[in-house]
Unconditional design. Sequence first.
Length: 172
Amino acid sequence: MEVITTTVTNFDLHDIARVSRTYNLSKYYIVNHLESQQDFVKKMQDYWSSDFGAEYNSDRQEAFKVVEVKPDLKAVLNEIESKTGKQPVIIATDARKYDNTISYKKLRNNIAKQQRPYLILLGTGWGLTQEIIEDADYILEPIYGNGDYNHLSVRSAASIILDRLVGEEWWI
């Protein structure tokens, strides 16, 4: 139960930016208090928005438009409230169920009907801190496969979660 800081990985940064842009999210926030990690994210943003990066892969440039790096969650919450005039509904993710666990179906319906912003928090390493879990409005139900192994990468989880919450209603 120790709190650790994980590094931002190139794969997670690119893949979650791409899925965020694909599902038309307004922002994909990277939260990391280490200046070196913030600099890494900014360096990647600068590269893909540069002349060479944009020419080499304009799709990547487009994906990085939604990326924003912040030192802590409070800065994210302040920015969202400043831009929207509303506090976001905070949805944490975890591989366990809690008393305030919400289903994908219910959250999808809430997102479609409500005019409040939603902030979905994903963790890497050992996941989100207990404090963040306790402060969240809801905990999204875990992603279950059909086997007994349950340890997805954050970029895989992000893709599944976004498809379930805001993706096309393919089942209709």
